[in-house]
Design a protein around this ligand. Structure first.
Ligand code: DNO
Length: 350
């Protein structure tokens, strides 16, 4: 496996010089952040990320994300032209050494949480989705901005988008995802890039918006649309695992065996009886996911893709981007490396 860490570029309070000090760290996961979805990424920006990574002894070979414009997801008349721009971004990323591109097909909102600093008894804070708080949020009535979301939408735009997706429905969204993959995957394949779709987070409809990348049946369907390793998964344990219908170790084993996991986000969640969830420490004991089983499944199939610790808690009074502090993600990285070392050695000795 190739251990990686997400870096939000120059504006990230965590410098690459710190990231390189995490034992075993190899790759930088980043993106060009100052270009709107649907526009071409300047080559100088990609070259600059690569240069900065190299200067710090790291490799820039994973992009997270190239966002898919709403018009592609909605299948408007501009969708085909915007898909060509998307293809050009894949080619450009490849030119600067990128091997894996993460993206998602979630309408309007990316990951959704209702509170970012829920205190645990040990004094750490973390991101939560509380079903009671969620029921009180209504993007049709108020101007809500949550951190996983694109802040550039006005409330009117959000209202129009919600209505358009309501008309489109799940079947329409699948149709548009299919058209996107049929055009984009051959381009990625030609330039040696694996496209890694991130599952919907949480993996069920939210605010009446369709969400389709949610469970095993959906992942099967998606991978069959274009049956190529260039059409792979960014298997996010936390996103799939915050719904009790997903058995994450079993999914990792299945898709790992098929060679269709390009990237893994390793994150723990504790599920509450009403379906709410709390992002907790990475260790198996902290939530519903057996991390040892997950890593064992990966080492059993000789997994050679990218892994990163995902959202961390805020500990030791760190402040910063919710979910993306240094300390707890670095602890997560060390824990992940330890599991891999143990599982790989056990496999060799068996
Ligand atoms: C959250 C991330 C997601 C992910 C995108 C990929 O922290 O896992 O925002 O980057 O969904 O497109």
């Amino acid at each position: 496996m190739k251990l990686s860490f997400r870096w939000y570029g120059e504006s990230d309070p965590i410098p690459l010089s710190y990231i390189r000090q995490i034992p075993g760290m190899r790759s930088v996961v980043s993106a060009v952040y100052d270009v709107k979805p649907g526009e071409v990424w300047p080559e100088e920006s990609l070259a600059a990320i690569r240069r900065q990574a190299e200067k710090n002894g790291l490799v820039f070979d994973v992009v997270e994300s190239v966002p898919v414009p709403e018009e592609i997801k909605l299948g408007t008349e501009n969708a085909a032209a915007l898909t060509e721009v998307y293809c050009e971004n894949i080619r450009r990323c490849a030119k600067y050494g990128v091997k894996c591109i993460t993206y998602n097909f979630m309408p309007v909102f990316d990951w959704t949480r209702t509170q970012l600093d829920k205190a645990a008894p040990d004094g750490s804070t973390s991101l939560v989705l509380d079903k009671t708080q969620l029921a009180e949020l209504d993007p049709l009535q108020e101007d809500i901005h949550l951190p996983g979301w694109d802040a550039s939408y006005t409330q009117d735009e959000v209202r129009d988008l919600l209505a358009a997706y309501g008309r489109l429905g799940q079947a329409g969204l699948w149709r548009n995802l299919e058209a996107f993959l049929r055009r984009v995957i051959p381009v990625a394949q030609d330039c040696g890039v694996q496209m890694a779709i991130h599952p919907d987070d949480p993996p069920y409809p939210i605010f009446g918006l369709p969400r389709i990348v949610t469970d095993e049946a959906a992942l099967d369907r998606l991978l069959q649309i274009v049956d190529s390793p260039a059409n792979s998964l960014c298997l996010c344990t936390g996103s799939l695992g915050c719904a009790d219908f997903n058995d994450v170790p079993a999914l990792v084993r299945k898709y790992g065996k098929m060679g269709r996991i390009a990237f893994l986000h390793l994150r723990q969640v504790a599920l509450l009886p009403d379906g709410s969830f709390v992002e907790s420490g990475h260790q198996s004991a902290c939530g519903r996911m057996d991390m040892y089983e997950i890593v064992r499944a990966l080492t059993d199939v000789g997994f050679d893709g990218y892994v990163r610790p995902d959202h961390g808690r805020m500990i030791w009074d760190e402040t910063g981007k919710p979910g993306y502090g240094l300390f707890d993600r670095a602890l997560g990285a060390a824990y992940i490396s330890g599991l891999f070392e143990a599982c790989e050695k056990a496999a060799r000795e068996a």
